[in-house]
Design a protein around this ligand. Sequence first.
Ligand SMILES: [Zn+2]
Length: 70
Amino acid sequence: MARRANLIQVPQRLSLATDVETAKDPVCGVEMKRKDSKTILFRPGQTVYFCSKRCMNQFLNQSIAKKTAA
Ligand SMILES: [Zn+2]
């Protein structure tokens, strides 16, 4: 019998957090891996991840609407 234990090696990483880190689309609520997000909005002190450009536009429209209403 072949020993296959050698094929499985634990990656030498302190943490898998960066790869697994997810972000939630604030518009449609979809959770995705950050690297999989289609659109990223960079704001001062805040980075928002979206599943699509449409969601980002909706998010921006809502932000503007809130500011206008206030
Ligand atoms: Zn979305």
